[in-house]
Design a binder for this molecule. Structure first.
Ligand code: GSH
Length: 227
């Protein structure tokens, strides 16, 4: 049994971190049972044993791993079948997808939903969430999110590589889902769980693929609590 420290909202069942979702899909892919412990932004002391302040963190026996990419690499080494990456080249390509998701998808989605996030975070996290994010953006959460109806088209256009890659193909991993799928899908679970604002096109290759992902692993994504 692997223990996962998993970001939760005021509702302990609302689990919305894009990075924790990558890890949960990866663990489900390997059929691993997981104890997903709810964690809040200000619960820094609960994960102090990991030597850093962010989730996901896993405890796998005596091994502690933080950072979703490092966790995927750990899982691939400790439970190689079924493979998450499909070999060294697949791992290198997934590394690119990870960098793309972190540098294009996450910042793009943040500007569309960051004020909605404030409504779901735990009461004790609200002040920390607002002040840390406002310091990062240099403006209020309301100002960051303003105008999203007009800006969403540009975000959707930034997903063109994903749309083209999925055109006529079932998975980023090829014939079967791989960690590349988990990275992108985990990132999209974040707005799905926290906001009613539609960040992706309602139709087309990306939404068709995301619907397939939601059904994977016994409907893990589809059954997840939403705000
Ligand atoms: N590169 C890390 C990023 C992890 C991360 O930023 N996690 C967020 C939750 S989505 C966090 O723990 N933030 C703590 C904070 O903002 O204080 C990964 O891939 O796991």
């Amino acid at each position: 049994m692997i223990t996962l420290y998993d970001l939760a909202g005021a509702d302990p069942d609302l689990r919305f971190s894009p990075y924790c979702w990558r890890t949960k899909f990866a663990l489900a892919h390997n059929g691993m049972s997981v104890d997903a412990v709810p964690w809040r932004f200000t619960d820094k002391s609960a994960i102090a044993f990991s030597g850093q302040e962010r989730v996901p963190v896993i405890q796998d026996g005596n091994t502690v791993v933080s950072d979703s990419w490092a966790i995927a690499v750990h899982l691939e080494a400790s439970a190689p079948t079924p493979t998450l990456f499909g070999g060294a080249a697949g791992q290198a390509h997934a590394r690119f997808i990870n960098a793309w998701a972190d540098s294009v998808m996450v910042p793009g989605i943040a500007t569309l939903i960051v004020r909605d996030l404030l409504d779901v975070v735990a009461e004790k996290d609200k002040e920390y969430f607002r002040s840390s994010r406002e310091a990062r953006f240099g403006k209020t959460l309301e100002e960051v999110q303003a105008g999203r109806e007009q800006r969403v088209a540009a975000f959707r256009a930034s997903l063109t590589p994903l749309r083209v890659a999925l055109q006529g193909r079932p998975w980023l991993g090829g014939a079967a889902p791989s960690y590349a799928d988990h990275i992108v899908a985990g990132t999209l679970m974040w707005p799905r769980c926290t906001s009613t604002f539609p960040v992706i096109d309602p139709e087309g290759p990306i939404s068709d693929w995301f619907e397939r992902v939601l059904d994977l692993y016994g409907g893990l994504g589809r059954s997840a609590k939403t705000a």
